[in-house]
Design a protein around this ligand. Structure first.
Ligand code: GLV
Length: 329
């Protein structure tokens, strides 16, 4: 039997499925350090990760490793140049999380715009004495302009929901999406600067890459309306969190919703003292059904990638399909 490492706690029944094909080393404890990950991978043929960094050093320490299956759509934790150099296949879990993640983007955006977290903290603190005409005034969602940065599958699911709120949709993306998609979403392609100037609610749904580092920093926040909100359901590092703190404190923008953070789970402590921000712990895809679908897809990709099961050799979601069938380097 081939040997695999499951680097994180996941649904026990998914582990049982994996055990039908593999000798499974399951880490049910804390996140593995780089050293521990290398030690546990020494004799493994495959691994299932969820955001754990895998680069040249880890691969060098794992000479048998041929497939690493990430239980996430984003795979910025993989150094794909190192994967390609070593002929190691990486896989991810796209699509199954589009709708839940889009739902959550809306929840966070609406919570920020309507000051739900901020007013709830105030209520819990026992400060509510009377109804006030100007208590927690926020910005409207209906009839406003939604600005989506990153018009991939999740961005499109997010934009599709804008119709019911009678919103205007503008978007920016590395490249324009197909005409039919623009027409279906009633979405207008604009420059990033235009989007930031025009949008009432900006939502970030782009992958993290070196080029996307601090896509939103002080200069970009300065273009936004003082009544605007910013929501990040993509990745930490796309927003300059320190610049965001300043923009929220100074009233440069009205409010923000963040599900992802630079250096998470260790947040910039200043974020915690800003009232007009909603903070959630990277849970945009966290519904029972979707996390199950992601875990099962990650397992399927690993099973198929390692040449087992009904799709042996044809995993559904290869990131670097070109290495399939090549000997490990
Ligand atoms: C979660 O952040 C994912 O990339 O799936």
């Amino acid at each position: 039997m081939q040997k695999i490492l499951v680097a994180r706690p996941i649904f026990p029944d998914v582990i049982e499925r994996l055990k039908q094909y593999f000798d499974v080393d399951w880490n049910q404890g804390d996140v593995l350090s780089a050293e521990e990950l290398k030690r546990r991978l020494v004799d493994k043929d495959g691994a299932l990760t969820a955001g754990d960094p895998v680069g040249a050093e880890v691969l060098a320490a794992a000479p048998r490793l041929r497939v690493v299956s990430n239980m996430a759509v984003g795979y910025n934790n993989f150094d794909m140049a190192a994967f390609n150099a070593a002929n190691v296949l990486g896989t991810n879990t796209p699509d199954v999380l589009n709708e839940s993640t889009a739902d959550f983007g809306w929840a966070l955006m609406m919570a920020a715009a309507r000051r739900i977290a901020e007013s709830e903290h105030w209520l819990r603190a026992g400060k509510w004495q009377k109804w006030a005409y100007d208590g927690f005034l926020g910005g409207d969602i209906h009839g406003s302009t939604l600005g989506v940065i990153g018009m991939g599958r999740i961005g499109q699911a997010l934009a599709r929901r804008a119709k019911g709120f009678n919103m205007q949709v503008i978007y920016h993306n590395r490249s324009r999406v197909a005409n039919e998609i623009e027409a279906e979403l009633n979405a207008e392609y604009v420059t990033k600067q235009d989007l930031l100037r025009r949008a009432d609610h900006v939502v970030l749904v782009l992958p993290y890459t070196k080029e996307n580092h601090h896509t939103i920093g002080a200069a970009e926040l300065a273009l936004m309306k003082p009544s605007a909100t910013l929501t990040n359901i993509a990745r930490g590092g796309i927003v300059d969190d320190a610049a965001l703190v300043e923009a929220l404190r100074s009233g440069q923008i009205a409010a923000a919703g963040l599900d992802v953070f630079e250096g998470e789970p260790n947040l910039n402590p200043d974020l915690l003292s800003v009232p007009n921000i909603v903070l959630t712990p990277h849970i945009a895809s966290a519904t029972e059904a979707t996390r199950r679908a992601m875990a099962n897809l990650a397992a399927d990709n690993l099973i198929a990638g390692l040449g087992e099961g009904p799709r042996a050799g044809r995993p559904r979601n290869p990131i670097n399909a070109e290495v399939i069938g090549r000997a490990r380097a």
